[in-house]
Each structure stands twice: as C-alpha cells, then as structure tokens.
Design a protein around this ligand. Structure first.
Ligand code: AP5
Ligand code: MG
Length: 214
C-alpha cells in the first residue's frame, strides 16, 4: 500500500505515519526526518537544507525530489510506504505520480490530517522530537515514559529549531500557499481521504485505519 500524508505543520502527520507503518509493515519515509538526520551529521545536504528549514521555507523541489526518489527506490519500499511531508508542492506531486506510474503502480491514498491553525500553534511549543529515530512526543498529550528520553531508541529528545513561534507562523503560511493545493490535486484523482486531526491520537488513528480498510 502506498500512502501519502497531507496536513499542516504539526497536524500529526509524523505521529500517524509511524502508527500506519507499524500496522501495515511498510516503511515510514519523512523528508523532514531525512533532512534533520543530515543536519545532525553535518553533511552538505544538511547544511543546504538547514538554510531553508530554519526560516520555515521549503527546501527546493529539485533537491527534495532527488532524495525522495532515491529513498523509494530501495528494496524495502517494494510493497509500499507511507510518505510524510512529501509531496509538498504541485511539481513534487507530479514527479511522484509519474515515477510511480512508470513502475506500473499508483498511490492508493492521500490522507489529509485536518487541524485548524489555532490548534497547531498551541501544539508546537510542547513537541519534543527524537532526531535519531524520528519519534515525536508532546509534553502534555504524548509524553515519553522517561522525561527527555525517546521510548523507542533511548536518545535524547529535543525541541526542533523550526518550532519557534515565528518560524511556525511562516511554515503555516508556506503550507497554505504551496501545499494546500495538493488537497484538490488528490481529490481530483479520487484518492483523498480526510480525517479530523483535532481528536486524540488513538481516535485519529482508528479513523485512518477504517478509511484504509474500507
Ligand atoms: P517536516 O518535518 O515535514 O515538518 P512539518 O510538515 O512542518 O510537520 P511537522 O513534522 O512539524 O508536524 P507533523 O504533522 O509531523 O506533526 P507531529 O506528528 O510531529 O518538514 C520540516 C521542514 O523540512 C519544512 O518546513 C521544509 O523546510 C523541509 N521539508 C520537508 N519536506 C519537504 C518537501 N517535501 N519539500 C520541501 N521542503 C521540505 O505532531 C505535532 C505535535 O502534536 C507533536 O508534539 C505530537 O506529539 C502532537 N500531536 C500529534 N497528534 C496529536 C493529537 N491528535 N492530539 C494532540 N497532540 C497531538
Ligand atoms: Mg513530522
């Protein structure tokens, strides 16, 4: 099964993608996590991506598409994947659609996790992220078992550099301008499914599973 997660920054794409990946036994691929891992390792790609990410802007399509296509060509993606944070622009979606079609395949679902901007701003300050395995927590809603430590891999949890209120505001603007048009794009292809992302993590997940298994 090939799934795309859509939704504003902080809507819960990463949280839900991880659960979907575990349930269906497919890899969770987040372009944001790939960039953050490169920033942590100090690679050239990380240095370039950081300049855009810290301002809340998108990393250029050409670079992002190259990284994503390289990742989905790996063996573990043969039976599907859940993409989190890609595509984010119409050109990215068009490349993905055509690359998947070239392999005689198609994207099965685009899940839009719908959360209004007011809720997002409240969520972001409480988020804590693991830069090693990509797990995401929230100090109130989704706390780790041990404060500051990732349940999955034991690494230290951090506040992301782009979760400062001013940057979150820019990310939301960029989302409405450049990424929201994808909702129409996938709706036209009849694969868009929308879930109310303001509910509890577990309720949102159960609703997604119902949609995927319908
Ligand atoms: P990326 O890492 O993709 O960030 P984003 O889209 O801004 O989304 P987030 O990761 O911030 O939020 P999320 O929806 O995953 O929510 P989460 O599950 O963490 O991208 C970062 C940057 O990289 C971009 O700004 C751009 O510069 C660059 N980039 C990445 N991909 C790109 C691309 N394709 N093209 C160009 N540039 C690209 O949840 C948020 C918080 O809420 C957490 O604390 C979580 O615990 C909590 N939470 C989740 N669900 C619930 C719930 N139901 N109730 C209460 N709390 C909840
Ligand atoms: Mg995320």
């Amino acid at each position: 099964m090939k799934i795309i997660m859509l939704g504003a920054p902080g809507a819960g794409k990463g949280t839900q993608a991880k659960l979907i990946a575990e349930k269906f036994g497919i890899p969770h691929i987040s372009t944001g996590d790939i960039f953050r891992a490169n920033i942590k390792e100090g690679t050239d790609l990380g240095k370039e991506a950081k300049e855009y990410m810290d301002k809340g802007q998108l990393v250029p399509d050409e670079l992002t598409v190259r990284i994503l296509l390289d990742r989905v060509s790996k063996d573990d993606c043969k039976d599907g994947y859940v993409l989190d944070g890609f595509p984010r622009t119409i050109p990215q979606a068009e490349v993905l659609d055509s690359e998947v079609a070239k392999m005689g395949d198609k994207i099965d679902f685009a899940i839009d996790v719908d959360v209004p901007d007011e809720n997002i701003i409240r969520r972001m300050g409480g988020r804590r992220a693991c830069l090693k395995c990509g797990a995401t927590y929230h100090i109130e809603h989704v706390p780790p078992k041990k404060e500051g430590i990732c349940d999955t891999c034991g690494s230290e949890l951090v506040l992301r550099d782009d979760d400062k209120p001013e940057t979150v505001k820019n990310r939301l603007e960029v989302y409405h301008k450049q990424t929201q048009p994808l909702i129409d794009h996938y709706s036209r292809l009849n694969i868009l499914r929308t879930v109310d992302g303001t509910q509890d993590v577990k309720v949102v997940f159960d609703n997604i599973v119902k949609l995927l298994e319908a």
